[in-house]
Design a protein around this ligand. Structure first.
Ligand code: 5GP
Ligand code: ZN
Length: 118
């Protein structure tokens, strides 16, 4: 697979080497349920292209990154949380809690979400 990083957990999920509950697939992105869900709906949305952090997003990646948000709204509709509300968040690097270095949107919903996050 082009762009794949051999040491990357999410590239392994993309390759089918690690199982995941995949609920959305497009040309540019896939989404699966988080293994350690923090809300009734907690979905991880990732680009097919390996991009380590927000800091590594290039000009040429704008359509790919935009597609993550289109995936989020489609999944939120499917999950029945679009109207009541949900949160989409992407952590960048250690201080923000990023643990998997392949960019991903967290889609969280199905309960009231406090602000600001911790
Ligand atoms: P981060 O902390 O990098 O923002 O988010 C990584 C997310 O990936 C975490 O919420 C974590 O629970 C989730 N995660 C880590 N390993 C796996 C896995 O093997 N399968 C799934 N489905 N989610 C995972
Ligand atoms: Zn990767």
């Amino acid at each position: 697979m082009p762009d794949a990083n051999q040491d990357c957990l999410f590239c392994k999920i993309l390759a089918g080497d690690i199982p995941a509950d995949i609920i959305f697939e497009s040309d540019t992105a896939i989404a699966f349920r988080d293994i350690n869900a923090q809300a009734p709906t907690h979905v991880v949305i990732i680009p097919r292209k390996h991009i380590a952090t927000i800091n590594d997003i290039g000009e040429a990646d704008q359509v790919i990154v935009g597609s993550l948000y289109l995936a989020a709204s489609a999944i939120a509709r499917d999950e029945g949380i679009a109207e009541v509300g949900y949160r989409v968040v992407m952590n960048c690097n250690a201080a923000a809690g990023q643990t998997v270095f392949h960019i991903h949107l967290h889609l969280l919903g199905g309960r009231a979400l406090g602000w600001p996050p911790g």
